[in-house]
Design a protein around this ligand. Structure first.
Ligand SMILES: Nc1ncnc2c1ncn2[C@@H]1O[C@H](COP(=O)(O)OP(=O)(O)OP(=O)(O)O)[C@@H](O)[C@H]1O
Ligand SMILES: [Mg+2]
Length: 381
């Protein structure tokens, strides 16, 4: 890859200067195209509202017509974004290197005069948050077969990150808005900005807590000890959302109905899991498979991470290749418990008190965008 240090004009444009190590890192990244700002401006008609397809914590996302007729999704890191240089680099490094049917593809990036932009393959059917759980502007019908393929596809993508990659990769932000769907409704895991590497000889790394409330594994939220089982927890929450067609938290519902995981446990205990399956399918689904999926969701959200399956085991359970032992399904860690915990960074052992969870700020349980414990905490700025 060519080196263009002059493209990294962040200092002159008001952005903090990058360290030489970071500059080196970006030059060393292969396999992705470097776009010029002008090229991307033209491809999105000057970043016009007409081309805008969404906005997340990172900044706005635009549909783009790239050279050669390819369509791309152009994600601009806004100056006010809570995500920074480290997340930008992580994303490029991780997805430029890996290829899997269930992982989003990065075409390239642009770093020029303070602009930091990622360019992805454009995915026709937007995100699960938008379609299955949101306004669904295209009125996409999610049949049971489609949900089945999505659940298993996401599980396979995660199993690949967790078990086939060396070092292992923990995504840290598995949630409905980060599962994109292509024309065939094949799910693609996106947004690797928060991802972390775990060396093969280590079971965990300690990091500042980041992720999205509602999907965040409690033990990680409290201690900052990150294992692959934190993704397994988020996957469990997502899986239940896929089967039920409901967000994990909905404060507009009556008390007792607001937390989907709580409801799932209640119906599991009453042996009425099937009553939770999305009514939008008009009863046209395989009840055995749907209940199996919900049970896997419960297993993935068990209190201690050891009780949760690995992602490859979860895949086998979902496909029916591996029998689920009902005796292993205990009460999951519920969001209603979890909403009372304060999300914080890693602690020294002497500082941690077991079962001591200071109260979180009110309304945090509704938050769906990625969160960080402290501004720029992991960015090295
Ligand atoms: N490759 C893509 N193809 C099509 N649409 C996309 C693509 N990438 C993102 N989008 C759309 O842009 C929206 C914003 O994406 P983005 O990842 O920036 O934020 P988010 O996932 O909604 O929130 P967060 O910042 O917490 O991750 C997505 O919800 C999706 O609708
Ligand atoms: Mg996202």
């Amino acid at each position: 890859m060519a080196c263009f240090p002059f493209l990294l004009g962040w200092k002159t444009s008001g952005h903090p200067s990058l360290s030489p190590e970071v500059d080196e890192e970006i030059y060393a990244i292969d396999n992705v195209k470097i776009f010029t700002y002008n090229e991307l401006r033209k491809a999105t008609d000057g970043f016009s509202d007409f081309y805008k397809i969404g906005e997340g914590g990172f900044g706005p996302v635009y549909k783009a017509r790239l050279k050669g007729g390819k369509r791309g999704a152009v994600k601009i890191l806004s100056a006010t974004s809570s995500q920074g240089v480290d997340e930008f680099l992580t994303e490029i490094k991780i997805i430029s290197d890996i290829e899997h049917e269930n992982l989003a593809k990065l075409y390239g990036y642009c770093v020029e005069n303070g602009h930091r932009i990622l360019v992805y393959n454009y995915l026709e059917n937007n995100s699960l948050a938008h379609t299955l759980l949101g306004m669904n502007p295209k009125n996409i019908q999610f049949s049971w077969r489609t949900r089945y393929r999505i659940g298993i596809g996401v599980a396979r993508g995660l199993a690949f990150l967790h078990e086939a990659m060396q070092p292992y990769i923990v995504h840290r932000d598995i949630k409905a808005s980060n599962i994109l769907l292509d024309t065939d409704m094949t799910p693609k895991i996106s947004d690797f900005g928060l991802a972390k590497f775990i060396p093969p000889n280590m079971t965990h790394v300690s990091t500042r807590v980041a992720g999205t409330l509602g999907y965040l594994a409690p033990e990680y939220a409290v201690t900052g000890r990150l294992t692959r089982k934190a993704d397994v927890y988020s996957f469990g929450v997502l899986l239940v959302e896929i089967v039920c067609g409901r967000k994990n938290t909905d404060m507009k519902l009556p008390l007792g109905e607001q937390y989907l995981l709580e409801k799932t446990w209640e119906l599991y205990e009453r042996r009425e899991l099937v009553g939770l399956v999305d009514v939008a399918m008009n009863g046209d689904f395989d009840a055995e498979e749907a209940c199996r999926f919900l049970k896997v969701g419960l297993l993935c959200t068990q209190q201690t991470s050891k009780q949760r399956p690995s992602m490859s085991t979860a895949v086998k359970m979902l496909t029916g290749e591996l029998q689920i032992d009902d005796n292993k399904i205990k009460k999951p860690v519920l969001i209603s418990d979890y909403a009372d915990w304060k999300v914080r960074g890693p602690q020294k052992p002497s500082e941690s008190k077991s079962n001591s969870y200071p109260a979180a700020s009110s309304g945090s349980q509704n938050q769906t965008t990625s969160i960080f414990t402290s501004e720029n905490s992991e960015r090295g700025w």
